[in-house]
Design a protein around this ligand. Structure first.
Ligand SMILES: [Zn+2]
Length: 238
């Protein structure tokens, strides 16, 4: 259990004392805003982790030194404000356009991902607000399996859901479960060990099993993956 604000400095920072002060201020704002007992702020010089937030095993914010002084915008990004992210991005020493979420299109023909995200967040305590969008159709014909969702966790997180799920035959609770799975990737980021990366840590799997649709979602996927792959292949080659 962490109480108060702990600041860690990582990497080559132009001014460690400024970074420490900015980290403290940011941490105090986070504790107040999210009613936390405490949190850790890691100020880094890591271009691949300019802004990331996780709640387990304790609340921790990773922030690039150039963004740490902009507490208002950092807090707004954690609340899902994309304009704030665009402002922050421009303050990075040299920004990487690849790290920016593309325009989101959450409203599909059948399913509205914003609405599904809203209901799925209720299954988690202190779930972050993460933008969600329908992904693009792949250019390659899939073989036996599909990646139904994906999530970027470096920079501002963005969840993408496979467009093959935007169909009358796909129940909304199933799409909701896929959204939930991807949301868990934000709450429980991959563990990077000495020899391998654990994409679905134990804490992730336990939280996933607590979801009321867990069993029927796995069963539905097993039963229908063939149809989804076929539908996707038809779309790609047609
Ligand atoms: Zn996963």
């Amino acid at each position: 259990m962490l109480s108060g604000v702990e600041v860690r400095l990582r990497g080559a920072l132009p001014s460690p004392s400024d970074a420490h002060d900015a980290g403290q201020r940011l941490g105090r704002r986070l504790v107040l805003r999210h009613a936390l007992d405490g949190c850790r702020v890691t100020v880094n010089a890591n271009k691949r982790r300019v802004l990331a937030w996780r709640l387990e095993p304790f609340p921790e914010l990773f922030v690039h030194w150039s963004l740490a002084p902009w507490a208002d915008d950092v807090l707004a990004v954690l609340d899902g404000d994309r304009q704030a992210w665009i402002r922050l991005r421009d303050r990075l020493p040299s920004h990487d356009p690849e790290a920016v979420p593309t325009d989101t299109r959450p409203r599909g023909r059948v399913h509205d991902l914003t609405e599904l995200m809203r209901t799925q967040r209720e299954w988690l305590t202190r779930a972050p607000e993460v933008p969600v969008t329908w992904g693009r159709w792949p250019r390659m014909v899939p073989r036996r399996t599909l990646r139904l969702g994906s999530c970027t966790t470096s920079g501002a997180p963005l969840i993408r859901i496979h467009p093959v799920l935007d169909h009358e035959d796909v129940p909304d609770w199933f799409v909701g479960f896929v959204v939930f799975h991807e949301l868990l990737h934000v709450v429980f980021p991959p563990l990077v060990g000495a020899s391998r990366r654990v994409v679905h840590p134990r804490s992730f799997r336990m939280a996933e099993r607590r979801h009321p649709d867990h069993a029927r979602a796995l069963a539905w996927e097993r039963r229908h993956v063939g149809t989804l792959v076929r539908r996707c292949a038809e779309r790609v080659s047609g």
